[in-house]
Design a binder for this molecule. Structure first.
Ligand SMILES: [Zn+2]
Length: 494
């Protein structure tokens, strides 16, 4: 914030030692003049928040119920620059978290990621997104002391897909991968339409599951108007050109979300990074067919997901289960698809995952059963208000009672004696971190409802938890409280 710095610098002159060493009479005469000058300069500076012409049309709003909204607009380089400049502090902070986690989980130094970003991912990134990534690195330089460069930014963008690459890399190099590198069970989501919803049009909802360290920072709203493609709005993490947890919509009327395929293994270094394909789909897809095509073009297997898509133009919904070797697109105008990280296609499950569908106690299997119950019990009544309740649901289908844990749609691994397989240890600070809901009417106006923190209203308190479970002390420098905020309505710029 250039203006803030200018104003403070000038206003604080009177307290700087050595500035006013003249006699009292001189001071009395000059002080009002200097004060007036300071006010004029400050007023001028307020009108010009950042004089860089690349910042034209970019804006950042004050925090809204835990969310930080930015509007980015222009060429790829301009969008990137605005992103880097408006969120410089958040990117630096979010980068610390991702590097800490990636290095902890993989036992590999950050140089490994930087080199792989340059040698493996960069050659397959189209010019448009290269320019935007470079723009972020350039925008970061507007903050004093900035040290991140383009390879840090590319590596950061691939945070969710590195484990897929490293599993293959380790196998090829005779290294035993740490168990924590498993493709994790992130997120709960559903999309319903036709006879399942109150108005016959679609309703779609998603909560992001990740570590609370990530999750408390996964609260950026990116409202982006690029020179090419569609205006779109999505939730996201600082420094990413894609949503990452993937919830967003564009002005062609397409709404997109996903949940990860647990235990997936597969990677193609000749493919296009998932983060590029996901971003491209958000920006360019106009139909379900477009979406399916863009996600499959150059599929590298990274961050393999069960994608859920809805189209405001037709109220048709779809599920794209995107493995590397097995891909299945299902679509309907009357029905629902749910996501809780369970592989659906039996061939994909067998050939590309280590997932056990027969173990009812697994988080994914338990949540799958719960989604089925909710869809059947509420057929014909589902709307956005009900979707918000679903995301706050604590019903454990095994214990047959309300008890928040890794088995409930509103996930709380931090409250679970079992933890979550190889991904998260018992009581590890992880689970649902933020929530989004929209329906056909809201999405056609590029609007959604969002709740930062758990939708159920339970806040996570870092110091007390780490005191009780010191095994997670390695997170203490970056793990803060994750407070549950109320639901809020988010609009893209008209
Ligand atoms: Zn909860």
């Amino acid at each position: 914030m250039t203006w803030a710095v200018s104003f403070l610098d000038i206003a604080s002159l009177k307290t700087l030692p050595g500035t006013f060493v003249y006699n009292h009479r001189t001071m009395r005469r000059t002080y009002p003049v200097i004060l007036l000058m300071a006010l004029v300069v400050a007023a001028l500076a307020v009108r010009i928040p950042n004089p860089d012409p690349r910042m034209k049309n970019a804006s950042r709003k004050p925090p809204q119920d835990g969310w930080t909204y930015v509007h980015l607009e222009g060429t790829p380089a301009e969008i990137g620059f605005q992103h880097g400049a408006l969120l410089a502090r958040e990117i630096r902070d979010g980068f610390e978290v991702q590097t800490l986690e990636l290095m902890h989980d993989s036992h590999k130094p950050w140089t490994f990621y930087r080199e792989a970003a340059r040698d493996i991912l960069w050659p397959h990134i189209p010019a448009e997104y290269r320019e935007e990534l470079q723009g972020i690195a350039d925008g970061l330089k507007t903050e004093p002391g900035a040290t991140l460069d383009i390879w840090d930014i590319v590596a950061l963008n691939a945070s969710m897909e590195w484990s897929y690459y490293i599993q293959k890399y380790d196998k090829e190099h005779g290294i035993k991968s740490p168990a924590t590198l498993t493709a994790p069970d992130h997120c709960s989501a559903f999309v319903a339409t036709g006879s399942y919803t109150k108005d016959g049009k679609f309703v779609i909802a998603h909560n992001n599951w990740t570590s609370y360290m990530d999750g408390q920072r996964w609260t950026i709203v990116f409202d982006i108007t690029p020179v090419k493609g569609h205006h779109f709005v999505m939730d996201g993490y600082p420094g990413l050109i894609h949503s990452g947890d993937d919830f967003g919509m564009n002005d062609a009327g397409l709404v997109i979300t996903e949940t990860t395929i647990t235990g997936f293994e597969g990677w193609d270094s000749k493919g296009i990074a998932e983060f590029v394909r996901a971003r491209k789909a958000m920006q360019y897809a106009e139909t379900i067919d477009d979406f399916s095509r863009i996600m499959q073009e150059g599929n590298n297997g990274g961050y393999a997901n069960d994608w859920l898509v809805a189209d405001t133009k037709t109220n048709e919904i779809a599920s794209l289960e995107l493995g590397l070797r097995n891909v299945e697109l299902k679509r309907t105008k009357d029905g629902y698809f749910t996501g809780a990280n369970f592989p659906i296609n039996r061939k994909l499950l067998k050939e590309e995952t280590t997932f056990n569908p027969a173990e009812p106690g697994l988080s994914s299997n338990a949540r799958r059963v719960r989604w089925e119950q909710l869809m059947q019990e509420n057929k014909g009544r589902i709307d956005s208000a009900m979707a918000r309740h679903f995301l706050a649901d604590h019903y454990d289908v095994l214990a047959k009672k309300n008890q928040p844990s890794e088995r409930t749609l509103c996930g709380h691994v931090d409250l679970s004696v079992r933890g979550m397989g190889d991904w998260k240890a018992p009581y590890e600070p992880a689970g649902a971190v933020q929530n989004k809901v929209t329906d056909s009417a809201m999405a056609s106006k590029m609007t959604f409802l969002a709740a930062a923190g758990h939708a159920c209203g339970l806040s996570f308190k870092s110091a007390a938890h780490l005191n009780q479970y010191p095994q997670f002390g390695w997170q203490s420098p970056l793990l803060g409280d994750m407070n549950a905020h109320r639901w809020t309505r988010i609009h893209a710029r008209p």
